[in-house]
Ligand binder design. Structure first.
Ligand code: AR6
Length: 165
């Protein structure tokens, strides 16, 4: 089941939340900053042992003070106009996060709109990629949440879900 929710991903009681991180995995602004603040300083200490993360790949950490058991960090592509492999890299973020979740017995997972903030990916195009990737995994999870940070983003996701169901 794919559920669209509007709110702060750090508050969600799911097995894993996904972080839209950067290659260092050492924190930043946006959802990354919010996750590090809510998880506490142990997340940074832990992530220092991970050796960073390539764009399109994913790494897993404990959730520390979060309600979620795990943080799965993935690094989305920076939008450069769409001709530099951005769609495939963005798809890889979702697929690699979902595969890593399955390998860790995660049954419920929540995603933010990877790359749709500072990294500048057009939200409508990103939503189609996100929903399609999630749909390929619905039978292997109890719940996949698309966590939107505004009602406008949630409306967009619901529209895409209807068009692609
Ligand atoms: N809960 C859910 N969604 C959120 C939250 C939140 N608490 N806060 C922001 N969003 P961004 P990116 C949404 O910029 O584009 C960081 O500095 C936000 O509205 O966080 O992948 C990293 O360290 C947007 O739709 O991530 C990287 O350097 C979405 O999350 C860089 O930003 C993603 O926006 C990554 O950029």
């Amino acid at each position: 089941m794919i559920e669209v929710v509007c709110g702060d991903i750090t508050a969600l009681e799911v097995d894993a939340i996904v972080n839209a991180a950067n290659n260092s995995l050492l924190g930043g602004g946006g959802v990354d900053g919010a996750i590090h603040r809510a998880a506490g300083p142990q997340l940074l200490t832990f992530n220092r042992t991970l050796g960073g993360c390539k764009t399109g790949k994913a790494k897993i950490s404990p959730g520390f003070r979060l309600p979620a058991r795990y943080v799965i960090s993935t690094v989305g592509p920076v939008w450069h106009g769409g001709e530099q492999g951005e769609p495939e890299l963005l798809r890889s973020c979702y697929v690699n996060s979902l595969e890593l979740a399955l390998a860790n017995n995660v049954c419920s997972i929540a995603f933010p709109g990877i790359s749709t903030g500072v990294y500048g990916y057009p939200k409508d195009q990103a939503a189609v990629i996100a929903i399609r990737a999630m749909q390929a995994y619905t039978d292997r999870f109890k719940k996949i949440i698309a966590c939107c940070f505004s009602e406008a983003d949630a409306a967009l996701y619901r529209e895409v879900l209807q068009e692609h169901s």
